[in-house]
Ligand binder design. Structure first.
Ligand SMILES: NC(=O)c1ccc[n+]([C@@H]2O[C@H](COP(=O)([O-])OP(=O)(O)OC[C@H]3O[C@@H](n4cnc5c(N)ncnc54)[C@H](OP(=O)(O)O)[C@@H]3O)[C@@H](O)[C@H]2O)c1
Length: 337
């Protein structure tokens, strides 16, 4: 098979186990904008373009369609199962031990796989909101983070590794105080942590904390998620692709600013998972990390452009008595109860 981008040229990340994963993958969240058929068609095209990592999740509502395109690609001999690194995530309403197992099995059935490479706890809360809800929607059953509850979920995740249903497990939307509390209690350490990372929101302390522990930071919304759902938009949000620093580097390389965000991400050390359903864009997103790197001066310029601008604030997960979305992120350095 002749791929648009040679997968052997795509940089890799090495997990603490010694195994490797691609340093860039494709996101599959349609952002309430792209339907499951459109997203799965893009995944089919991306496999044939040379992508080897796909970031899936039960809550994205499209794993059954994506499973069909994985099976077609294996049946047609485009790639083998071992060539791909496929992630999925357990959603917030499935955190009890029985439900974690059932959720994993459902994703395996939908994705038509015998194992998932990397299975995440999507959010460290059991707080649930209905898909497509408004930004100010609140669930009266929502509760603050609990180490005890999280570890109950994590133990169920560790059991999935023991059972061979998943190769590795990971966490997502964590903070340093939460990691400080739970990492010492883990029998199986996460190989990766998914976190929001883009030029306007670089999270340098969390990035360093994770990296020093040998855990791979996987960066979501790497282009600043310009198509994110309305509930995740606020007036003060800054657009990464309009940042003067990004635009000037893009001009110098004669590429779209989105491409600069991705080159920066891979050179900075995280594994970004950009999303696009447009063939021209998703091919460009993969190809850009195999050629024409940014200079050290350009990397420094982008590093200095950080605006600490979190886009996915998670306010729909807030509990009664919480002051605001900041409470989800332990900004005073302590776990917020
Ligand atoms: N763990 C979590 O809680 C979590 C949270 C959020 C996201 N994620 C994961 O991260 C993935 C990526 O995040 P995201 O989809 O929100 O944001 P993103 O990748 O930062 O942005 C995606 C948007 O950028 C535009 N784009 C992509 N490539 C482009 C290019 N080469 N040139 C110009 N525009 C381009 C596309 O816009 P158009 O649609 O207009 O083409 C696309 O919709 C998700 O799909 C999901 O898998 C995980």
């Amino acid at each position: 098979m002749k791929f648009a981008v040679d997968p052997n040229k795509v940089p890799k990340r090495t997990l603490y186990t010694g195994d490797t994963m691609p340093a860039i993958g494709m996101g599959t969240f349609g952002s309430d904008k792209y339907d499951p058929d459109t997203v799965s068609k893009a995944v089919a095209g991306a496999i044939r373009a040379g992508y080897q990592m796909f970031d899936c999740a039960a809550v994205y509502g499209n794993e059954d369609r994506i499973g069909k395109v994985f099976k077609e690609a294996f049946d047609e001999g485009v790639v083998s199962r071992e060539d791909l690194f496929i992630t999925s995530k357990v959603w917030n309403d499935n955190h009890t031990p029985e439900k974690v197992l059932a959720s994993c099995k459902k994703s395996l059935t939908d994705l038509q796989l015998s194992y998932i490479d990397l299975y995440f706890v999507h959010w460290p809360f059991r707080n649930y909101h209905s898909p497509g809800c408004a930004g100010d929607a609140r669930n009266p059953d929502s509760r603050p983070f609990s180490v005890e509850k999280f570890m109950e979920t994590w133990k169920a995740m560790e059991d999935l590794v023991d059972q061979g249903l998943v190769r590795f497990i990971g966490m997502s939307n964590m903070t340093i105080p939460k990691l400080e509390a739970v990492l010492p209690l883990c029998r199986i350490k996460p190989v990766a942590i998914e976190l929001e990372m883009h030029p306007c929101f670089q999270q340098p302390e969390l990035f360093q904390y994770i990296s020093e522990k040998g855990i791979i930071p996987i960066g979501f919304c790497p282009i600043g998620s310009p198509s994110r759902p309305e509930r995740d938009k606020t007036e003060t949000d800054i657009s990464d692709i309009d940042l003067p620093e990004i635009v000037s580097v893009a001009k110098a390389h004669q590429v779209h600013p989105a491409i600069v965000c991705l080159k920066w991400a891979v050179q900075n050390g995280q594994a970004p998972i950009p999303f696009s359903v447009t063939e021209e864009k998703y091919i460009a997103n993969l190809k850009c990390v195999t050629e024409d790197p940014l200079t050290e001066e350009e990397m420094s310029l982008i590093r200095s452009a950080d605006k600490n601008n979190r886009l996915i604030k998670g306010q729909v997960f807030l509990w009664e008595g919480a002051k605001g979305w900041e409470d989800l992120w332990d900004l005073d350095g302590m776990i917020t109860k």
